[in-house]
Design a protein around this ligand. Structure first.
Ligand code: ADP
Length: 167
C-alpha cells in the first residue's frame, strides 16, 4: 500500500491545501495529513482544532486520515509506514527550503522520498498567513477557505479583535 504523508501547520487549512489533498488522495492508496505541532509558535487554532477542521473538510475522502505529531517528520513517517512525503510547491521561493528538507529527511530515513505537487494557478499566492491577514480586514474569504470552516475562522478573528481592543 502506497502511503503518503502531507505535513504542514494548516493554521487553518486553506483551499490551496485542500486542492493538494484531493489530488493526492487520487494518486496514493492512503494519505495521512499531519498537523506538525512545532511549526507555528502562536497559532490561531490549537493543534486539536486544526485536526478537527481538516477532518471536517476531508470527510468525503475515505482514504484520507488526519493526525498530528510533534515528532521529527522522518521518524513519524517511519513509524506510520509512509514511503512518500508530499509537499505543495507554490513558487520558486518555496523550492530552496523544500529541497533542503527533502534531502535531510532522506538522510535520516533513506527509504523516504519527497514528492511535490505544483499549486493550482489560482492558489499560487495563497497561504494561511495571508488568509489571516485578509480576514483581519474583513475581506470576503470564500475563494480562499473551504466554506465549512469560514464561520469558525470568522469567530476566531472576532475574538482576537475584541481581545486586542480590550473589550
Ligand atoms: P502555509 O504556508 O499556508 O502556512 P503550511 O505550512 O501549512 O502552509 O503548508 C503545508 C504544505 O502545503 C506545504 O508543502 C506548502 O508548500 C503547501 N501549501 C501551502 N499553501 C499551498 C497552496 N496554496 N497551494 C499548494 N500548496 C500549498
Amino acid at each position: 500500500m502506497k502511503i503518503a504523508i502531507y505535513p504542514g501547520s494548516f493554521d487553518p487549512v486553506t483551499s490551496g491545501h485542500l486542492n493538494i489533498i484531493r489530488r493526492a488522495a487520487h494518486i496514493f492508496d492512503k494519505l495521512i495529513v499531519c498537523v506538525m505541532v512545532n511549526a507555528v509558535k502562536n497559532p490561531m487554532f490549537s493543534q486539536r482544532e486544526r485536526v478537527e477542521l481538516i477532518r471536517r473538510v476531508t470527510a468525503d475522502l475515505p482514504n484520507v486520515e488526519v493526525d498530528s505529531s510533534n515528532e521529527l517528520l522522518a521518524e513519524y513517517a517511519r513509524r506510520r509506514g509512509g514511503c512518500v512525503i508530499l509537499k505543495g510547491l507554490r513558487a520558486v521561493s518555496d523550492f530552496e527550503s523544500e529541497f533542503q528538507m527533502a534531502l535531510i529527511n532522506r538522510k535520516i530515513n533513506p527509504g523516504l522520498d519527497t514528492m511535490f505537487l505544483t499549486a493550482e494557478s489560482e492558489y499560487m499566492y495563497l497561504s494561511s498567513s495571508i488568509v489571516k491577514e485578509l480576514g483581519s480586514y474583513g475581506v470576503e474569504l470564500s475563494e480562499f477557505l473551504p466554506s465549512e470552516i469560514i464561520p469558525d475562522f470568522q469567530e476566531r478573528i472576532e475574538k482576537k479583535k475584541k481581545f486586542q481592543g480590550g473589550t
